[in-house]
Ligand binder design. Structure first.
Ligand code: FAD
Length: 385
C-alpha cells in the first residue's frame, strides 16, 4: 500500500500521534488528527530524548531545525539520597550519530505541531474521538457528533486509550501504586548536573532544560492512594518537600524553591493480544505502557511511528503491514518495559543490605569498568529504525 493519497485519521495529538502524522504526510497521505484537548500543549515538565529518539526526530525534519533551546548532557550522575555522594557517573556515548537531549516538553510538542502544520496535517481540537467501525476496507471515526471515513485509523490516545478499551476488550489502565511529582524552577545561573538520587521507596531526578535556564525536577515515590494521570492535578510544594525531607540538605535547598508542582499517577495496562483490529491500529502508550525509569516512553512512540508508516508504505496488504509493525515493535518495547521496571525497583531499594550491595556493585563498575553500563544499553540507544 503506497501511502500516497491515503486518507489517515489519528486519534490523539501527543508525541506519538503527531510524529505519525508527520511521517504519513511525508509519504503523501492526507492526515487528520483528532485531539481531545482544546489546545495541543504540554506544560511544566522536561523530557529526555536519547539518541534513538533523536534519530527519529531528525527523520521527521524536526531536529535540529524546529528545536532550538535544548541541552546536551555529557553524562548522568547517580547519588545516594542521604549523603548526596556520587556513586557512579554514566557518560552518554559521544560516538553515536545522534545526541542525548534534554528539553522542555512544550518545546518538543510545539515543534512537532509546527512541522505537522507545515506539511498540511489538519488538526481538530476539542474533539473527543473514537473509532466506531472498522473492516478491511477502512474505518470510521466519530468525533463529537460528526462521522469521518478513513482508509486507516491510528489510535495514539495514550495510556487510557478509549480505542483500546472499545476495540481490544481491555479495561482502564491500572494505577501502579506510584506517583510522580513534577516541577520546574529557574536555575538562577546555577549549573545543575543531570542527577538521579536513589532513596528508600522513592527517587528524585533533576536535569537542566531550555539552554540551562530551568531545572526539571521529578520525584517518584510509592503511594497507595490513587492519583489520576492528569496535568491538572496540582500538588502541594510543601508536601513534596516534606515527602523528600530525608534527602540531602543540598536537595532540600533546591526543593524549597518550588512554587508549583503537579502530581501525576503512574499507570500501566496488561499486554495486548494484538495491536490492530482490521484498519484500526494502536501506537505509543495506547499499545504498550512504559514506566518512566528508563526515559523511553516517548522514544518508543517515535520509533513506533517510523516503523508503522514505513511498513505500510512498503507493503500492498494493509493487514500484513499492521502485523509486521507489531512484530517488529513488540520484542523491543517488551524488553524496554522490563528494564524500566527493573530500574524502578533498583532506584527504590528499601532493604539496607540490598541497597549497600547494589551501590557497592555500581561503585565497583565505576572503578573497574566505567564503560560497562554504556555498552549494556547500546541496544537501546544505538538502535536505528
Ligand atoms: C513522570 C514521567 C516522565 C517521563 N519522562 C520521559 C522521558 O524523559 N523520555 C521519554 O521518552 N518518555 C518519558 N515519559 C513517557 C512519555 O511521557 C509517554 O510515553 C509519551 O508521552 C506517550 O506518548 P503518546 O503519544 O503515546 O501518548 P500521550 O502523550 O498520552 O498522548 C495522548 C494524546 O491523546 C489525547 N486523547 C486521549 N483520548 C482522546 C480521545 N478520545 N480523543 C482525542 N484525543 C484523545 C490526549 O489528550 C493526548 O494529547 C515519561 C512519563 C512520565 C509519567
Amino acid at each position: 500500500m503506497s501511502l500516497l493519497d491515503k486518507n489517515i485519521g489519528i486519534i490523539g495529538g501527543g508525541i506519538g500521534g503527531l510524529a505519525s502524522a508527520i511521517f504519513f504526510a511525508k509519504f503523501g497521505s492526507r492526515v487528520t488528527i483528532f485531539e481531545k484537548a482544546s489546545e495541543i500543549s504540554e506544560v511544566g515538565a522536561g523530557i529526555q530524548i536519547s539518541a534513538n529518539g533523536i534519530n527519529i526526530l531528525s527523520k521527521l525534519g524536526v531536529y535540529p531545525d524546529y528545536l532550538e533551546e535544548v541541552c546536551f548532557p555529557d553524562s548522568i550522575l547517580f547519588k545516594d539520597y542521604k549523603a548526596g555522594k556520587p556513586i557512579i557517573e554514566i557518560k552518554h556515548n559521544q560516538d553515536i550519530d545522534f545526541p542525548y537531549v534534554q528539553l522542555h516538553r512544550a518545546d518538543l510538542v510545539d515543534a512537532l505541531v509546527s512541522r505537522a502544520k507545515d506539511l498540511g496535517v489538519k488538526i481538530i481540537l476539542g474533539s473527543n474521538a473514537i473509532a466506531i467501525k472498522t473492516d478491511l476496507n477502512g474505518s470510521k471515526i466519530k468525533s463529537n457528533s460528526n462521522i469521518y471515513n478513513f482508509d486507516l485509523t491510528v489510535a495514539a490516545d495514550g495510556m487510557n486509550s478509549g480505542v483500546r478499551q472499545y476495540w481490544f476488550g481491555q479495561s482502564a489502565a491500572l494505577f501502579m501504586d506510584q506517583v510522580a511529582w513534577r516541577a520546574l524552577i529557574p536555575s538562577d545561573g546555577n549549573n545543575i548536573e543531570p542527577t538521579v538520587f536513589m532513596g528508600i521507596n522513592k527517587h528524585l531526578v533533576m536535569y537542566p532544560i531550555r539552554n540551562g535556564e530551568l531545572i526539571n525536577i521529578i520525584g517518584v515515590q510509592s503511594n497507595k492512594n490513587i492519583v489520576p494521570e492528569n496535568w491538572n492535578n496540582e500538588g502541594s510544594p510543601e508536601k513534596f518537600c516534606n515527602e523528600f525531607s530525608d534527602f540531602s540538605p543540598s536537595v532540600n535547598r533546591i526543593l524549597s524553591k518550588i512554587k508549583t508542582v503537579k502530581l501525576w499517577g503512574l499507570y500501566s495496562h496488561p499486554p495486548l493480544k494484538s495491536w490492530s483490529n482490521d484498519n484500526v491500529v494502536l501506537l505509543g502508550d495506547a499499545a504498550h505502557p512504559i514506566l518512566p525509569f528508563m526515559a523511553q516512553g516517548s522514544c518508543m512512540a517515535l520509533e513506533d511511528a517510523a516503523v508503522l508508516t514505513s511498513v505500510l508504505n512498503d507493503t500492498n496488504n494493509i493487514n500484513n503491514a499492521l502485523k509486521k509493525y507489531e512484530k517488529i515493535r513488540k520484542k523491543r518495547v517488551t524488553d524496554i518495559q522490563k528494564i524500566s521496571s527493573k530500574n524502578g525497583k533498583a532506584f527504590h531499594l528499601s532493604n539496607l543490605i540490598l541497597r549497600k550491595l547494589f551501590q557497592l556493585n555500581l561503585r565497583l563498575i565505576a572503578k573497574v569498568y566505567p564503560s560497562f553500563l554504556n555498552k549494556r544499553f547500546n541496544w537501546i540507544y544505538r538502535y536505528k529504525v
